[in-house]
Design a protein around this ligand. Structure first.
Ligand SMILES: Nc1nc2c(ncn2[C@@H]2O[C@H](COP(=O)(O)OP(=O)(O)OP(=O)(O)O)[C@@H](O)[C@H]2O)c(=O)[nH]1
Ligand SMILES: [Mg+2]
Length: 261
């Protein structure tokens, strides 16, 4: 068993058109990598997990390319505003852009319940019963994705598990990655968790409506982002008020249209 073999999913469908019977195309790479421990052996095992994941991510990428689906992986610390940003984003781009969501959490279906109100088909992945993986991996995404009607969507957004570290290490076959940093987290997160900011294409600086009440130095945060990822586009937004949403939505639509069949 590899991390990510351990999950359960719950599907949300609002339109019968989106319904498609699940079929078992699960990949089960050989070997129980979790049982091997310590020293150089552990390093080899970790590398093997990443190698296996990379292969499965490439399979996902080929599948999504075949279907002309643009896949976005949204990552951040817990509570930065991933779900709120997606609720507001989907409300703006649907129904023009046919969208679906995969959402990863350790426990609960709270986020899926919220996102299902957008009328996008939503698949919730929970990792709790099986050890609570703190990130999504490629073959979990594949299992969730094949429950969707991939011929009926052009945009698949994945809300990763709230965590600023591990999700950045796992390719899931996405086209692009977005990191959300909220102004309540402190300016220095990009330099404390550089991999996440290096690996993402765009950063959203969220909760700017709270700036008048905080000591947060916005320019300092942007400078830290550019220290680890020079020229990274940073969109300043409030998912609550939708301030600053236009450039973000424009960026996203361009990306989706660029991938269209
Ligand atoms: N003031 C303000 N609050 C926000 C904003 N965006 C999100 N919030 C609030 O922040 C809290 C967390 O937002 P979520 O969207 O659930 O955050 P999340 O990143 O999806 O959280 P996890 O999935 O648990 O990691 C909620 O109470 C939101 O209402 C914003 O732009 N401004
Ligand atoms: Mg969320």
């Amino acid at each position: 068993m590899i991390p990510g073999d351990r999950f359960k999913i719950k599907r949300y469908f609002h339109h019968k058109d989106f319904h498609k019977p699940r079929h078992s195309q699960a990949h089960h790479p050989p070997g129980d990598v979790r049982t091997q421990k310590s020293g150089t052996r552990e390093i080899k095992v970790v590398r093997r997990v990443l190698d296996v994941n990379a292969k499965l991510a490439e399979q996902n990428r080929r599948l999504f390319a075949e279907k002309g689906i643009f896949v976005l992986n949204v990552m951040s610390s817990p509570g930065s505003g991933k779900t709120t940003t997606l609720e507001k984003t989907l409300a703006r781009i649907m129904p023009e852009i046919k969208s679906a969501v995969i959402v990863g959490d350790i426990c609960t279906t709270h986020d899926a319940d919220r996102l299902a109100k957008t009328e996008a088909p939503v698949v919730q992945i929970n990792t709790d019963e099986f050890g609570g993986d703190c990130h999504l991996v490629a073959h979990v995404i594949e299992k969730a994705a094949v429950t969707l009607d991939l011929d009926a969507i052009e945009f698949l957004v994945v809300e990763n598990v709230g965590n600023l570290v591990c999700p950045a290490e796992f390719d899931i076959g996405e086209d692009s990655r977005v990191v959300i940093l909220s102004v309540t987290e402190g300016e220095d997160k990009p330099v404390k968790y550089p991999l996440m900011f290096r690996e993402c294409e765009v950063a959203l600086l969220n909760k700017v409506d709270l700036l008048p009440y905080l000591d947060f130095d916005k320019q300092k945060a942007i400078d830290f982002i550019h220290q680890v990822h020079p020229q990274m586009p940073v969109f300043e937004i409030s998912a609550k008020t939708e301030e600053g949403f236009e450039p973000w939505i424009e960026w996203l639509k361009d990306k989706i249209k660029g991938k269209a069949r």
